[in-house]
Ligand binder design. Structure first.
Ligand code: HEC
Ligand code: HEC
Length: 150
């Protein structure tokens, strides 16, 4: 009898301390954009967005917006060793590939000097250009297209 009380007690204690730990390491009751998954647990990845192979007309929302990419970019490497985008959009190959040349702005550095090749700050194309997909805003907002483009 005494033993079973002890066992019950120790199980209860383990459970309580277990809860306390998960409260401490968990999300502390705060739900973020990634949902209520705890930091230590890997949640299932979101499904991939469908990127159309061909142009879908999503118009610009403001002046000087980086144009959206009207084609898929799967396995297009952009790294220290290679820039697949430039193999079509660089000035050397654009005409032959039938692609739009990167504009002169892509050659200027932060001091407004025009370089002989693409500026390092424009090297990682996907920092600014994204593929066209029907992605819903993560956070509600009241953004409207600028008047001149409406
Ligand atoms: C195989 C050649 C090729 C590669 C590689 C390529 N593109 Fe393109 N891209 C094109 C062509 C051709 C067009 C024009 C297509 C059209 O209008 O339908 C285009 C259009 C674009 C446009 C729209 C330009 C405009 O005038 O609105 C952007 C932005 C773009 N690509 C970005 C990228 C980025 C970023 C990468 C690398 C991740 C990339 N492209 C890789 C061929 C390529
Ligand atoms: C820092 C942001 C930024 C980065 C990085 C960037 N772009 Fe752009 N890109 C823009 C903006 C803004 C525009 C539209 C205004 C302009 O032409 O400069 C543009 C325009 C373009 C256009 C259309 C040009 C035209 O004449 O209509 C193409 C094609 C393009 N970018 C390709 C690329 C490629 C390829 C890379 C990577 C090598 C790249 N961009 C990197 C911001 C960026």
């Amino acid at each position: 009898m005494k033993n079973s009380i002890l066992i019950t007690l120790s199980i209860t204690l383990t459970l309580i301390s277990g809860f306390a730990v998960s409260e401490e390491r968990g999300i502390g009751g705060v739900e973020s954009l990634r949902g209520s998954a705890e930091l230590e647990t890997t949640r299932a990845a979101d499904p991939l967005k469908r990127v159309p192979r061909d142009q879908v007309d999503i118009e610009s929302s403001y002046v000087f917006q980086p144009p959206l990419i009207p084609h898929h970019i799967r396995s297009y490497e952009v790294s220290l060793n290679a820039n697949k985008c430039l193999s079509c959009h660089g000035w050397k190959n654009a005409k032959q590939m039938g692609a739009t040349k990167i504009s002169v702005t892509h050659f200027t550095n932060r001091n407004d000097e025009v370089l002989a090749d693409v500026s390092p700050r424009r090297y990682f194309c996907l920092q600014c250009h994204v593929t066209q997909s029907d992605a819903k805003p993560l956070v509600g907002n009241t953004f409207e297209r600028v008047k001149s483009l409406q």
